[in-house]
Design a binder for this molecule. Structure first.
Ligand code: ADE
Length: 230
């Protein structure tokens, strides 16, 4: 089986590279892809760089060039839902693009013509994630992740995203990955650990907690692999 594990920033995939230690590096499309074998799984790890365009490009390459049959995303997010705190895990059950706006033509925010507002994650991978959480005695929340090419650090904007998309968390890549995987029929799972509350302190909190929350997310993805490889 071929699985891709993707992050957006180097910090988000470093715990994975440190865990696997031995890998080959392939350069393609101004990016690096790290390939390795783990048990019976061929794994390709990459970070896309920030934003939906980079995320969509990297997801497409992971699938088309590296043959990924499942894609797992690991990283950090800003909390919109007040019950989520720094270090908490959230798995996307669906994702939308909060900055896509053609409302002038009568469409809802986030609507993509000939597509939809929300893309759903793979149910089997979500089940595996919850089995993993139970086995590790960790709390894993499912929710809506809203993605946009903006780092949100304002209560007003955050409240708007929460109200408009019923979102639990916000980040800058997930929906890009979701749209690519949905179009190419590849099951995907997007996991984020909270790094900030998308409020006025978000910039400081993000810098402070990027590494620790990235590790929480990456460790969980590694634990999930054990169950995918069974
Ligand atoms: N990723 C982590 N925190 C974020 C925020 N506040 N806005 C957008 N993406 C994020």
């Amino acid at each position: 089986m071929k699985i891709a594990i993707m992050g957006a920033m180097i910090e988000e995939i470093t715990p994975l590279l440190e865990r696997f230690k031995e890998y080959e590096t392939v350069e393609f499309a101004k990016n690096k892809f790290y390939t390795l074998k783990y048990k019976s799984i061929d794994i390709t790890i990459a970070y896309s760089k920030i934003g939906k365009v980079n995320a969509a490009l990297t997801a497409s390459i992971l699938i088309n060039r590296f043959g990924a049959q499942k894609l797992l995303f690991s990283g950090v997010a800003g909390a919109v839902d007040e019950t989520l705190h720094i270090g908490d895990l959230i798995a996307a059950d669906s994702l939308a693009q909060h900055d896509l706006d053609i409302t002038v033509f009568g469409h809802p925010y986030g609507f993509v013509p000939e597509s939809k507002v929300f893309i759903k994650s793979d149910e089997k991978l979500l089940e595996i994630a919850h089995e993993t959480a139970r086995a590790l005695n960790l709390t894993l929340k499912n929710g809506i992740i809203a993605t946009g090419d903006q780092f949100i650090n304002s209560r007003e904007k955050k409240e708007w995203i929460k109200k408009t998309f019923n979102a639990n968390a916000i980040e800058m890549e997930g929906a890009g990955v979701a749209f690519v995987c949905d179009a190419l029929n590849v099951p995907f799972f997007i996991l984020r650990a909270i790094s900030d509350a998308a409020d006025a302190k978000a910039g400081f909190d993000f810098d402070e907690f990027l590494q620790s929350s990235s590790k929480i997310s990456a460790d969980f993805i590694i634990a999930m692999l054990e169950r995918i490889s069974i």
